[in-house]
Design a protein around this ligand. Structure first.
Ligand SMILES: [Zn+2]
Length: 285
């Protein structure tokens, strides 16, 4: 079973505008139109059984709205292949009640995006949310490391993350982008072996933009296959999740990169889906 643990989609009505805005901000390019339908097409082409949707909440007014959508999606995830997590914002007051509501309605994790929520991940507002999420047995996925569109401050640096581990030690703590985008040497030194998960989204090898699109070399260069293999071995193959960050990378290409880095079949299968199935409680259809 192949599960993509890191994807994003947007409602039909705003997809085009949102993608254009984000492309511009990050100087990167989307591979799909960013809708559920486009993601399902990509899944079909690349053999992905389930995609985990990570809603990014950028203001408190969106919290309940986006979570309602997530709950609705999960009611039929076995037919659609789209399994959504919930979202939370550091300034949302009734976080404990809302997290409970998520858990009671079939949501098994939340996404936090420190850069887009303009808050360090070890800020007290996040710590109390993470604590409450753990009490509901929810997985916590965070954007880790720099953000390609916000390079002036690292809201989820290795140091910040270490503080969260020290304060709360979440059971299911998933650090996107292999523990910290563009900070992989530090991740390898400081976070390998900790009780955290890494997802592979937007991290492996050289970023290959769609044809006819120019992206500067320093933005294209990411983690080498050797470093990936080293981290997998040092950190534990049971704590690595395949994620593509679709629409910002192509699912098919990310799967190929993982398959081509020289791990045996058992380890590859765990990374490509079995680890995510376990951590998010995704049931086979
Ligand atoms: Zn993402």
């Amino acid at each position: 079973m192949i599960i993509d643990a890191h994807t994003h989609t947007f409602p039909e009505k705003i997809a085009r505008k949102t993608i254009a805005f984000l492309q511009n901000k990050a100087e990167s390019v989307a591979y799909t139109e960013g809708t559920d339908c486009a993601l399902q097409k990509s899944m079909e082409i690349s053999g992905v059984d389930y995609s985990v949707l990570l809603p990014v909440v950028t203001n408190t007014a969106q919290v309940e709205k986006l979570n309602d959508i997530a709950i609705k999606k999960n009611e039929k995830y076995r037919e659609t292949g789209l399994f959504s997590l919930g979202g939370m914002h550091p300034d949302y007051e009734n976080y404990a009640t809302e997290l409970k509501r998520l858990r009671e309605n079939g949501i098994t994790g939340i996404k936090l995006h420190p850069a887009y929520q303009d808050t360090d991940i070890d800020d007290i507002r996040y710590l109390r949310i993470i604590d409450a999420a753990c009490a509901e047995n929810l997985a916590i996925v965070i954007h880790a490391g720099l953000d390609i569109g916000i390079m002036h401050h690292n809201f989820a640096s290795v140091k910040h993350i270490e503080n969260v581990i020290k304060e709360i030690a979440p059971e299911k703590f998933i650090l996107a982008h292999m523990g910290g985008w563009k900070g992989w040497n530090e991740v390898e030194k400081e976070l390998c072996g900790e009780n955290v998960y890494f997802d592979t989204s937007f991290s492996l090898g050289e970023y290959e933009p769609p044809e006819n699109v120019y992206v500067p070399k320093e933005k294209r260069q990411m983690m080498s296959g050797e470093q990936f293999k080293r981290i997998v071995e040092k950190h534990g193959y049971d704590k690595i999740l395949f994620g593509s960050d679709s629409p910002w990378s192509e699912q098919k290409i990310t799967i190929e990169k993982i398959k081509n880095c020289g791990l045996d079949e058992e380890r590859t299968d765990l990374i490509l889906g079995l680890n995510a199935q376990k951590i998010f409680g995704i049931k086979k259809s």
